[in-house]
Design a protein. Sequence first.
Length: 243
Amino acid sequence: MALDYAQRQRDPSKHLLGFGIVLALHLLLAWALAHGLGKRMVEVMRAPIVTKIIEELRPPPEPEKPLPPPKLAPPVPNLMPPPDVRLSPPPDPLPLPKPPPPPPPPLPTAQPIQPAPTITPESVPQPRPRPAPVTATNAALSAEEGYISELRAYLISIKRYPTSREARQLRPQGTVKIWIEIDRTGHLLGAGVEVSAGTLLLDNEALRTVRNGRYPAFPTEAFAGQASRRFVIPIEYQHAEGG
């Protein structure tokens, strides 16, 4: 058995195979060097090493040190003594001049003696006569009130309830205040509605009534100094008036 192992070691074909493998590796290495492949492999293998060395050798940043506070100079002591301030007394006031004495009052002059006036009947004041009773004013007021009452009674006597179909259906009622202006001769100068009854049926009927009226002249003593007079007369309407 030992003899067989020795014979196999001396077999030339086995040594020839190993020599061929070594020769092939050398040829491959020479080709790689010729084409720059070896240089690239060396750079690739060396780059991490260099980077690692640089990173390890980079020193860490030092923290910023705070600046020391500025030193203030010590205050210089005031070696000068304080000034001696003394208030001087105020000067004496000057004496005021004395006013001159007032002049003596003048002596009264003697007044001449007037003789006593003589009393005559003409010099005695007579009492004013009392005014007579105002009878004219009372007569004028009575005449004016009488004319207004007569005018109101006359308009009420000639008023008529509206006879239109609408008035018969609605049967309105209310009071219309009519103003009329009359001159002293009893002539009608104008008329209008002072306060409406709330419906045109009654307002228009009241205007028709006063425009168709015949009015008396003013009494002589009534409404003195007035060429015309305006009166406001209320005219009341009830639906029963029309039946």
